[in-house]
Design a protein. Structure first.
Length: 249
């Protein structure tokens, strides 16, 4: 099977770039159509340092533009859904967005079916660093896509690579494949540059001076569906990644 269509489901603008920007650009360069589905506009996030907008209610429109810029840099198309990202609570408490689960799952499944997705990519079950909005997107994408597009392969991102330290790993989901994305780094860095409102966050997490230094050079995936029963996945996506240099950690 030749891969033609991959759909990615993420909760907020910048998740696509941080978690899968290298793999997305690799797919695009291999002639695969990649479509990004972003559940919210990330309107509850930080305003930037210095602020890119004066008021919180203006942030969603800015971050949607940042996402479209990043998608363009990676070579993907985008759908932004109208769920609302709640403002981060006191003490950095994170919230999911408000959604009816079955409606969200059906929306996700519809997009995979309409786009004849060979593969979907989405958040891990742990929501990477435990973000409840990422966890919600994970559950809804698995549920909706399995129901409406059962032949589509389901992969999750940021799967654990034990030899590499990264606090984004979903520690309960060992990676099937890990890839050194440096050959696709320029596109990923260009996409990171688009997310201006999040630059302070990117740099603060590692006390860095430039966005480029915040580049994660290893991206990883785990196949969730169909289950692999302890075997390594053997499908068109796994083959494409292996041909690009991916290894099984
Ligand atoms: Zn996110």
């Amino acid at each position: 099977m030749m891969l033609k269509s991959v759909v990615c489901y993420f909760a907020h603008p910048d998740d696509e770039t941080v978690l899968a920007g290298g793999i997305i650009n690799l797919l695009v360069k291999q002639g695969v159509h990649v479509h990004l589905v972003c559940a919210t506009r990330g309107e509850g996030g930080e305003l930037g340092e210095p602020p890119v907008v004066a008021r919180q209610e203006l942030l969603g429109a800015v971050r949607e533009r940042e996402l479209r810029c990043a998608a363009n840099a990676l070579g993907a198309s985008v759908t932004v859904l109208d769920y609302v990202d709640p403002v981060v609570g006191p003490d950095e408490v994170l919230y999911p967005f408000d959604a009816d689960f079955d409606t969200l799952a059906k929306q996700f499944g519809d997009i995979a079916r309409r786009r004849a997705a060979d593969v979907i990519l989405t958040h891990g079950a742990d929501g990477e660093y435990g973000h409840p909005a990422h966890q919600l997107v994970h559950r809804a994408a698995l549920h909706g896509v399995r129901a409406q597009s059962p032949k589509t392969l389901i992969y999750t991102v940021a799967a654990l690579v034990p030899t590499i330290e990264d606090k984004l790993w979903n520690t309960n989901e060992p990676a099937h494949l890990a890839l050194d994305i440096r050959p696709w780094a320029e596109a990923k860095i260009a996409a990171m540059e688009c997310h201006v409102s999040q630059h302070a966050l990117f740099k603060r997490r590692k006390r860095l001076k430039t966005v480029r230094e915040a580049l994660r050079t290893t991206e990883s995936v785990r196949r969730q569906w169909p289950e692999t029963h302890g075997e390594q996945p053997d499908d068109a996506f796994a083959t494409l990644l292996r041909d690009a240099g991916a290894w099984s950690p």
